[in-house]
Write a protein that binds this ligand. Structure first.
Ligand SMILES: [Fe+2]
Length: 326
């Protein structure tokens, strides 16, 4: 950009699960330095920051007013500055979808902003950029992409949607083919390319909806400050166990595509073993007494719970969490 004579202002203070205050700060810098466009470069939090700074600098009022669940999407107008997104991880899918997640410290929760105007003018998806991602982040972001595909595929938010379902199915196929390869050898560009595509598939598939998996993922993220992908490992395993009966048939298809298994619980256990995932809440320092609390907060995630095929009770969630404790 410098070579092309484009002046740059770099904002490098992005933190995971960007809070409202951070967006306000970046928005202020944008205005004070006379910027006229935004490039988001990084993982999901950097991309969501870029998207919401676009909202901040073009719309008045408090960012909370634009929250999807309170009808804020209708207030978001097509007046964003031009935005380019360049992902450096393969998981969030934020680079191609109309959502952004922010943290509201005052309300102690994460909230979702949603509008087609968040979709960037351009997404530059280059597998070479992701080749330096460490193995742990490769796994965590890859599992998040898988969770988006699996939860989206059977979510009740939009029960029938051939396009999103296609994205989900193809994403699972790519992850089955390439996540373990990318984990073992980060410079395997074919595998990295598949994972870049899988993240996009997941980012579109979850527009069909999510379920109890992401309710648990968000709870673990918000209360124990786990990175979203690490929390998603627990969320996704919970999701396939809880929905094992209700989603027997669709899960058969996904399990076959993932690693030729008969059902999703077996498929996921096999994948986690390949990826050397230690599925222990205890190892994360979470006290056993907290399982009840996690189940309580997860079941209060109204958006994701209402669209889960099983809509489990708190007791059921707690029982599944207990299976992943030690
Ligand atoms: Fe996610």
């Amino acid at each position: 950009l410098k070579k092309a004579g484009v002046e740059l202002v770099i904002f490098s203070e992005v933190e995971p699960d960007p809070p409202i205050e951070l967006i306000e700060k970046a928005g202020k810098l944008y205005k004070e330095t006379g910027c006229d466009g935004i490039i988001g470069f990084g993982g999901g939090s950097s991309l969501d920051t870029a998207k919401t700074v676009g909202l901040r600098v073009s719309h008045g009022g408090h960012l909370r007013e634009y929250e999807g669940i309170v009808g804020g999407s209708g207030k978001i107008k097509p007046i964003f500055p031009p935005t380019v997104l360049i992902p450096t991880t393969s998981g969030t899918g934020s680079e191609v979808n109309p959502c952004a997640v922010l943290t509201d410290k005052e309300r102690d929760l994460k909230f979702i902003l949603m509008s087609n105007h968040f979709i960037p003018k351009l997404a530059v998806i280059d597998p070479l950029i992701t080749s330096t991602m460490p193995p742990s982040l490769t796994v965590e972001s890859g599992i998040d992409a898988l969770a988006h595909c699996v939860e989206g595929y059977v979510s009740l938010a939009t029960p029938y949607h051939p396009y999103y379902e296609t994205m989900a199915v193809y994403g699972v196929k790519l992850i089955g083919r390439s996540l373990a390869r990318a984990y073992r050898n980060g410079e395997d560009i074919e595998a990295r390319t598949d994972m870049c595509m899988a993240a996009m598939c997941g980012g579109l598939a979850f527009l069909k909806g999510l379920g109890v998996g992401h309710a648990i993922t968000h709870t673990l993220g918000a209360h124990y400050h786990l990175p979203h992908g690490r929390a998603a490992m627990f969320g996704l395993m919970s999701f396939v166990k809880i929905n094992r009966d209700k989603c027997r048939e669709p899960f058969k298809d996904l399990a076959f595509l993932l690693n030729r298994s008969e059902d999703m619980v077996t498929a996921l256990k096999g994948l986690y073993a390949d990826l050397e995932i230690n599925l222990s809440l205890k190892a994360l320092g979470i006290p056993r007494e907290d399982l009840k609390k996690i189940a309580f907060f997860a079941s209060r995630d109204a958006v994701n719970m209402a669209t889960d095929p099983t809509t489990p009770s708190e007791k059921m969630i707690e029982a599944v969490l207990a299976e992943m404790y030690d």
